[in-house]
Write a protein that binds this ligand. Structure first.
Ligand code: PGA
Length: 251
């Protein structure tokens, strides 16, 4: 059995200014200072990244971005590249979040390109997959997850694959207060790990960390983390409050 170190990551989405970021870290740092049982990642919006890196300096908290472009630089107005994020002090980047798939035309192909760029810049990609409500209700969860896995991750080299994290985020559970039960999440995680085993072999699959995301809160994190299939959480709304995020870190 491999020992997968849990990861608790906060996805702030389009919330928090520079000042609010500094305020968060001032309260959050002392609350998680002693936590060594898991990795902690906070992903603020781009303008607050530098403030977050500064505020996290000297702690075990890592800072991630929420997206990146696949080119290193160029005429791509509004985009930000991997080397820019790495130079700003980021260590992680969320890729393929369902909100990006839904509102910004993200596809498995663009997810794949962004993963390559992140790895080249030395960033750890947190790659999001997950089915929509109508897909689950139509019995297509498995097919959707396989398609997202194969399309987004299937073409990676084994070495690239060993550096990524996957987040299973059922779209119907995001921001809805309707968390997947630990059983539903665990079943999806097993399926994703099976995909990994098929493509990259048993050891690679065993080492892959799969986070659950979708209405994770202080009062449901324990049940989720009790499942051996679940290696951490990608937390949206509940990551905005330092106390609630700290209580999730101390699951
Ligand atoms: P939520 O968001 O925790 O607010 O449901 C999770 C996410 O979108 O990553």
């Amino acid at each position: 059995m491999s020992k997968r170190i849990p990861v608790i990551a906060g996805n702030w989405k389009m919330y928090k200014s520079v000042a609010e970021t500094a305020e968060f870290f001032e309260k959050f740092r002392p609350l998680v200072g002693e936590a060594t049982h898991c990795e902690i990642v906070i992903a603020p919006p781009f303008p607050a990244l530098a403030a977050a890196v500064e505020a996290a300096r000297g702690s075990r908290i890592r800072v991630g971005a929420q997206n990146l472009h696949w080119e290193k630089e160029g005429a791509f107005t509004g985009e930000v590249s991997g080397p820019m994020l790495a130079a700003a002090g980021c260590t992680h980047v969320i890729i393929g979040h369902s909100e990006r798939r839904q509102y910004f035309g993200e596809t498995d192909q663009t997810v794949n390109r962004r993963i390559g760029a992140a790895l080249e810049a030395g960033l750890a990609p947190i790659v999001c997959v997950g089915e929509r409500l109508e897909e689950r209700e139509g019995g297509r969860t498995e097919a959707v997850l396989i398609q997202q896995f194969d399309g987004g991750l299937g073409g990676l080299t084994p070495e690239q694959f060993s550096a990524i994290l996957v987040a299973y985020e059922p779209v119907w559970a995001i921001g809805t207060g309707r968390t997947a039960t630990p059983e539903i999440a665990a079943e999806a995680h097993r399926l994703i790990r099976d995909c990994a085993a098929r493509r990259f072999g048993a050891t690679a699959a065993e080492n892959l960390r799969i986070l659950y995301g979708g209405s994770v809160k202080p009062d449901n994190i324990r049940g989720l983390m009790a499942r051996p299939e679940i290696d951490g959480a990608l937390v949206g709304g509940a990551s905005l409050d330092p106390r609630s995020m700290a209580s999730i870190v101390h699951f």
